[in-house]
Design a protein around this ligand. Structure first.
Ligand SMILES: Nc1ncnc2c1ncn2[C@@H]1O[C@H](COP(=O)(O)OP(=O)(O)OP(=O)(O)O)[C@@H](O)[C@H]1O
Length: 256
């Protein structure tokens, strides 16, 4: 039996009217970062929702720490798995600290209130992401990037064994992108398994141990980022010419 945190075997994913991808094999181990790259609409979010149990697989199996996903009691599953969704406009009328404290729910005994330690962990998560000053702010009045950082803080407060992150840096400025990537690497070095998707191949090169290229309903390549992410493969993945990846080219002078 595999000792993976998450192991998906011959997974078909999709919706009642639409099969999005088939025969996917995915595994995530403790201390590893796996990056998933693929064009818009390939099925990255659909895959994540299936791995988290929000969507039923069309066929195949998902194991979390060796046990079938649907056999986990939800509260216990929350100790194993946390999810950072894509930043979304939300009308959640909670303040930031309370929202992040919700990440501790699975650790709070039934019919009890969060402890001082739970509150302190929530604040530590905000501090780790450099947003402690937002603790008392209303979540729905934050910028898109601030919301994204709060959702990451909430997942960190959950202290999961594995973290699934859907484009965690998408709405962040350059500095916060790098800070979040560095933080992800630190978490993995401390033993967490992280599966994330991104539209930025350089983010996979920067922090991932493994990368999967997802296109046309299948994982087309998987391995170490330095081996997989050649300019030719990146161009193929996004339907570009290799020359399109040249960022140092001169602008064509105006023709007058
Ligand atoms: N609720 C739904 N019902 C039916 N089809 C859906 C549903 N949600 C998404 N899809 C379709 O499933 C396919 C995969 O969508 P998904 O959001 O998983 O892609 P993605 O790779 O995460 O895309 P992006 O990079 O743009 O975020 C798309 O064709 C999308 O239109």
């Amino acid at each position: 039996m595999s000792n993976a945190l998450i192991n998906a075997v011959r997974l078909d994913i999709g919706y009642a009217q639409k099969r999005v991808a088939q025969q996917l094999d995915i595994s995530l181990h403790a201390g590893r970062i796996v990056a998933l790259l693929g064009p818009n609409g390939t099925g990255k979010t659909t895959l994540f929702k299936t791995l988290l149990g929000f969507l039923p697989p069309l066929s195949g199996k998902v194991y979390v720490q060796g046990r079938r996903l649907h056999e986990w009691p939800l509260r216990e599953l929350a100790h194993c798995l946390a999810y950072v969704p894509q930043a979304q406009d939300s009308s959640l009328s909670l303040n930031v600290q309370d929202l992040v404290l919700l990440g501790r729910t699975a650790h709070v005994p039934l019919f009890s209130s969060p402890s001082a330690q739970d509150r302190s962990l929530a604040l530590q998560s905000l501090e780790a992401l450099g947003i402690k000053h937002l603790a008392a702010h209303a979540y729905d009045q934050l910028s898109g990037g601030e919301k994204q950082l709060v959702l990451i803080a909430r997942a960190l407060a959950q202290s999961p064994a594995a973290l699934i992150m859907d484009e965690p840096t998408a709405s962040l400025d350059f500095g916060n992108q790098i800070k979040v990537l560095k933080h992800m690497r630190r978490l993995a070095d401390a033993g967490m398994g992280i599966l994330f998707c991104t539209h930025q191949p350089e983010h996979a090169l920067r922090i991932a141990d493994e990368v999967s290229l997802f296109k046309d309903g299948a994982i087309q390549a998987h391995g170490a980022p330095q081996q997989i992410l050649s300019p030719e493969r990146i161009a193929w993945l996004y339907d570009l010419e290799p020359a399109d990846l040249d960022v140092g080219h001169q602008k064509t002078p105006p023709n007058d």
